[in-house]
Design a protein around this ligand. Sequence first.
Ligand code: ARG
Length: 453
Amino acid sequence: MKLWGGTFDEAPDALAYRYNASLPVDQRMWAQDVRGSQAWVRALGKAGVLAADEAAQIEAGLERVYAEFAAGSFVFAAGDEDIHTAVERRLGELIGPVAGKLHTGRSRNDQVATDFRLWVMEAEGRVLAHLRKVQAALVEQAEAHAATLLPGYTHMQRAQPITFGHWLLSHFWALERDVARWQASRAAAAVCPLGSAALAGTAYPIDRAALAADLGFTRAAENSLDAIGDRDFAAEFLFNAALLGTHLSRVAEALVIYATAEFGFVSLADAYSSGSSLMPQKKNPDVLELTRGKAGTLLGHLTGLLAMLKGLASAYDKDLQEDKAPVIAAFDALDVMLPVIAGTITTLKVYPERMAAALDAALLATELADYLVRKRVPFREAHHLVGLVIKLGPLNATPLAAMQAISPAFEADVAELWDFAAAVERRAALGGTSVASVRAQLAEAKARLAAAA
Ligand code: ARG
């Protein structure tokens, strides 16, 4: 017997039926569906809607359904339109007609909203665990390279010397903001729609606060109409995924560039590289490129969901069935992207001598301007004078006399400036690239990871 169709005279068109069915996607939520139904039947029992023995019988039957799924022995039937139908159909086969009492006072609308939230909350926990491992990989490399010098870039032009540890930790802090966002979204999702029924609320005296607590939510949704159509938790999941993807993509892009022969700052371990079918010498950073590519797909998932949601006037419309596929796809992508990026970073080979070779004296132009400032030249004028010096050739090879022809403020001690490590050490304020500042960041980063563990 189907879940609906009592008033229908014609059998469904086969293709239209398949079009409606959501089982291929929502079977991923089997555990949440069974647990949600068990909590619902307990609530019906406590409210006196079902006799205690009926509730117990249904709950035990659902446990058998759960066990079948967990063992991989659950068999779907042709008429299983979605996971809810499949679970209830099997329950009926196992315990007989009393199974028909499970859906009392409930709708698939509040059921699916509940299942999906539970699934998303669990997925968020998993993303958070993965994220911590990527951060730990960054910290480990940053520790090894707290004093390794390389050019820092803006506009992809050499700008000032920095440490590789500082660069690595810049990505740690971006991910730290992601962690805060995923945590906040997981907390915001923990509101229970069950008991909202189709749209108007359940007609049975259910203790919704107790039901919410039973399922691990922090409270029950305040308004049944809102609860049925609220997919903010899915939108937040996809925004978080899109922004996290963007962060990972930026790391990936930089490492792709740093791994070119032209830069040669890093190379990927064989385990995280791919070869070319044609060119035997190639070692390609496919995992980084895929990460950059998947970030685009993640962004698309967010856009698709928001576009789907914006036209829904009230409570449930079938459009909402399109909500799960992008969220599940985003999760599946992150579930691989994050560990692969963690492994890529952990096994990254770093070439400090190649980084050092890319440090040219022009990176110290700012030091020269600051030197003039210390000699009481206004910064604007100092900037201009240094420009004139740069035109003469490599900074550290320009004779003092030629510099003094541009400004008498240049003196013999100017030679002390041609030291990249010293330039880095001058950036000792909070958040700067000096080795001491990087070590302070490392201590803070490690404290955050330790608090999370
Ligand atoms: N498969 C549906 C979904 O994912 C479940 C809810 C169906 N509700 C309904 N009124 N047809 O949205």
